[in-house]
Design a protein around this ligand. Structure first.
Ligand code: FES
Length: 539
């Protein structure tokens, strides 16, 4: 029997003693590296799905990794058999002609912080250097699971292209608390270094010549944002869950929680005078990504009650109007981003994003990008749950009504949904529902009084509203009150990139937001238990 390696859907035989990296390369699978296989950059991550015991023991350079991850330039084939794995997944590079998604978010005048007079590069009106070619900026949404970059032309205000990739920090854990523990327990800022390496590769792929990129605006939850900037995140994991920037703000040691450093300091391949700006935090676990959503939805400018729910590993919820805004952060876990679900994957290429069941139970699936299918992402999972309910194959407690404990979606690619997967999704849904009910109660509004419900997050724009309503992921509101905004955090980052005035107003806006602590709320548990049932969310 020979050694075989199946990676990113491609398979070949492998000589004993070969590294995973070399065999992946022979299959034309691109593995990120900045050290050319020297064991130094720690970027050549492969997540092993099966066959780890067939590989050589861990090298000292791999000791920092969770068990299922290996450095592909260190791990070698040691015994015959099949090893299966994948590199960190990527989304295709997409050229965007005009991707302005939300009403009015392109309304602010185009007045970026960096401008050009001839070849002179100005920052806030002061000359800081020279520039040739276009004047570009980057908006970046640093999600716990997925990182999305959008390149913008700062002179026309038009998006140029987007790129996305799975957050490689998963080698240190899939949720925020695990990453905080990891960063606290390991020296050397490994989470920051590896992410910066991946960001550098993505920027080069996106821009070709990154020289004209003069600013990068970053949004993310407090942990993701602070890790990127190299701050100590320990305090975010301890009650009252505050970033060190928030503690310093409260102690009068700084005037804002926003962050700014020069791009060379982070080692990013941008213009030598480029700056990296992290949006201010709303407070506690409610971060810069939530602040960006608040901006993009325009929730603070309307009279009627609006809600914005950004569903992710941590779900952020805002409710409010022109007078008052409340916010909460809900540790829903990564299930709706594919984490903790056997065949769950992030919403990147190869993911099944839509599912319809025929009368005979055959699944008709819709894929992101080209095949083969790698698993099911959040929107696909929501549609699958809804279809299982509609067809009577699953009850409101998330149990299959036949004697099976799993439903086979794609037999050829062994893609299934087990009852234990459903349990993970039920708990994520329960946490989101509990958060929404408590925030609405605290505001003094019934769910039925919500005039506009913005659904944001990794679901993109393709999630079926009917499916989300049927399982109770969103309130039972009519279609005309629901706005599916896709990545509102990225839209908010773009708005800040394009307008210095918007940046100033956001600094004021975050101070108006009142924080609701869910984790200590006496009603959380009861709402959570109710929310774990599948069925319409009414009230
Ligand atoms: S290629 Fe750099 S550590 Fe493996």
């Amino acid at each position: 029997m020979s050694c075989r390696f199946r990676i990113d859907g491609r398979e070949t035989t492998a000589p004993l003693g070969a590294t995973l990296f070399d065999v992946a390369e022979s299959l034309d699978v691109r593995v990120p590296t900045s050290c050319q296989k020297q064991g130094k950059c720690r970027e050549c991550l492969v997540e092993i799905e099966a066959g780890d015991e067939l590989l050589t023991p861990r090298a000292p350079q791999e000791e920092h990794l969770l068990p299922r991850f290996r450095l592909s330039c260190r791990a070698r084939f040691a015994r015959p058999g099949l090893v299966r794995g994948h590199t960190m997944r990527r989304g295709a590079l997409r050229i965007e002609e005009d991707a302005r998604g939300l009403d009015g978010n392109g309304a602010a005048p185009l007045e970026p912080r960096f401008q050009r007079h001839g070849r002179r590069l100005l920052r806030d009106g002061e000359e800081v250097g020279r520039i040739d070619g276009p004047l570009l900026g980057l908006a970046v949404d640093l999600g716990t699971t997925t990182v999305v970059l959008r390149l913008e032309d700062l002179e026309s205000g038009r998006p140029v292209a987007t790129q996305s990739f799975e957050n490689p920090q998963r080698f240190g854990g899939s949720d925020i608390m695990a990453r905080i523990r990891y960063d606290t327990d390991h020296k050397g800022r490994l989470l920051q270094r590896v992410l910066l390496g991946y960001l550098g590769h993505a920027i080069e792929a996106l821009a070709g010549d990154p020289g004209p990129i003069v600013e990068m605006v970053v949004v993310g939850n407090p942990t993701m944002r602070d890790l990127l900037f190299g701050l100590d995140v320990h305090s975010i994991g301890q009650l009252p869950y505050r970033s060190s920037t928030e503690h310093q703000l409260l102690a009068g040691e700084r005037s804002t929680t926003s962050l700014e450093v020069s791009a060379p300091r982070l080692g990013l391949p941008l213009h030598p005078q480029a700056r990296v700006y992290g949006l201010p935090l709303v407070g506690s676990h409610v971060g810069a990504d939530a602040a960006a959503c608040l901006l993009a939805t325009g929730l603070a400018d309307r009279d009627g009650v609006s809600v914005c729910m950004d569903i992710g590993t941590n779900t952020e919820i805002f409710i409010g109007n022109r007078q008052r805004i409340l916010a909460a952060s809900c540790p829903a876990g990564p299930a709706f981003e594919g984490g903790g679900v056997q065949c769950g994957v992030p919403g990147l290429d190869g993911a099944i994003e839509g599912i319809r069941l025929g009368d005979d139970g055959t699944a008709e699936t819709r894929l992101i990008g080209d095949g083969p299918p790698t698993g099911i992402c959040g929107s696909g999972l929501v549609e699958l749950l809804s279809e299982l309910m509609r067809s009577g194959r699953m009850n409101s407690r998330g149990r299959y009504t036949d004697d099976e404990h799993q439903f086979v979606v794609d037999p050829a690619h062994r893609i299934v949904l087990t009852e234990s997967d459903i349990n993970e999704l039920a708990q994520a849904k329960g946490a989101n529902a509990a958060g929404l009910r408590i925030v609405a109660d605290s505001f003094g509004a019934k769910l039925s009084q919500i005039e506009r419900f913005y659904l944001a997050g990794g679901f993109g724009r393709h999630l079926s509203m009917a499916a989300a309503r049927r399982i109770g992921l969103i309130p039972a509101l009519p279609d005309d009150r629901i706005v599916q905004v896709g990545n509102a955090a990225l839209e908010g980052a773009s708005m800040v990139l394009r307008s210095a005035a918007v940046r100033q107003s956001l600094e004021q806006l975050v101070r108006r937001v009142e924080h609701v602590a869910l984790e200590t709320h006496p009603d959380f548990f009861d709402h959570f238990v109710d929310g774990c049932q599948f069925g319409p969310l009414e009230g």
